[in-house]
Design a protein around this ligand. Sequence first.
Ligand code: ADP
Length: 508
Amino acid sequence: ADIEKDSNLLHIIHVTAEMAPIAKVGGLGDVVTGLARACLSCGHTVDVMLPFYECIQRQEINDLELITTYYSYHDGDWVPIKAYRGLVSGVPVIFVESSNQFFKGQYVYGGSYNELEAYLFFSRACLEWMQVTGVHPDIIHVHEWQTGALPLLYWDMYHLLSLKKPRIVLTIHNMEHYGECRKEQLGKCGLDGSIYGTEDKAVDDLTIGHNPERLSLLKGGIVYSNAVITVSPTYLKETLCSGWLASTLISNRDKYFGILNGIDTVIWNPATDVFLPAKFHAHKPKGKKICKHYVQRGLGLECSLDDNHVPETTENGPLIVCITRLVAQKGLHLITHAIKHTEELGGQMIVLGKASDGRIQREFEDLANLHNQGSSIRILLMYSEELSHMLYAAADMVLVPSIYEPCGLAQMIGMHYGAVPVVRKTGGLADTVFDMDDLSNHEMANGFVFEGIEEGSLNSALDRAFRYYRDKPDEWNSTVQKVMEIDNSWNNTAGKYVKIYNSVRVVC
Ligand code: ADP
């Protein structure tokens, strides 16, 4: 017999271009998996719909099976599609595999097909799947510009056909990418591009200089979604005050919310982390010293031991890590300055970063050549999940000097691993790190914050952090314990998403 479903429980389908770990490029992939898992553990039904990228390693998917063969529209044709179901990190995923060239290639992004058209096709193919299978969730949760056309397709096409129940939630992880789209390109997914070329639909004045030929899928997504979320309360305020979408967001203020991302504490847990040479937690911190020593020795950095052969941390000064994509947003001139200043102060610093721009890559290669033979600085130009876990565990401080940062995961992960954050006051960094010397907010104090974008601002925060580390070891140790105990997990924050899902869902 059918067990009647608790009416408080929802069915949510995420439609996304990324999912960790099988198709992760940045924070988006982490968010989808972490939020999905937290909602599943509360009893909700959650599926993720993802393009079946050729680069996905099939052995990372459990119980993969073909579930539906159907057709979806693209550019005058009905293209055969196979939908597969499988489990990734315990989350049910529906993989959409098209028979055309879309999503082929070695990487998630940057294949030789037209990316914009591929995501338009994917957005429609997901709705088409819901229509042909009769799976009608309460919420379709879309992310970023790639799935920004789905709300348009839903309200102007599929809702007029058979899909009545779902409501649409959009999360914007980074406002920088707006999904610029010509009218005739939008036409390829079957929508009449000419009806969206107005400012109350998908054209935004600042981006495209009043050119009604150029649409923005992100703007269309904002206008056509039932709720729009961005990834921190401060980034929400920043995006309402300036930037190309400000006027759109102001006129949609009633349905626009800021919810801080969480971290996945199954993946990020220093007490169980398989990548670490020693485990630790807030009340058993000794393993952290072993991790620091292990990393110092492994990378040939200077390290001294005390009489008990325990690494003597304060002797060498603090170890600072910076783990980031090397792009302008992340404050590149501040990162390079921090390397120099840390050396002057007698500390150590490790940068783990990957540049996609050749000029930036060469600049950091030059820095690596200059420093990597010495005893205090290492610049590692690669992407390594494993190394990132070890570095967060080894670090006394984690540096995040971003020019802008919608949420930022590095400072939250760093704190969970006992690294005290040194950050620029922007976006999600301003919502998670509070200055040790701010006497009005001593209860929350957990790191060092600076405001300007010039080197002197960074110096003042780093200098203060070094002084605490060297001159006030007891206070430092209790700060380390405090940052490890802060709960920035999805368990703490997913409930805010569920509240918004509930506020827009249709109750039958
Ligand atoms: P963004 O999404 O803008 O890249 P976030 O701070 O939200 O920034 O998320 C970055 C994530 O990617 C973090 O989990 C960080 O540890 C990881 N990361 C960034 N660069 C590297 C790298 N070179 N190697 C390993 N992990 C990295």
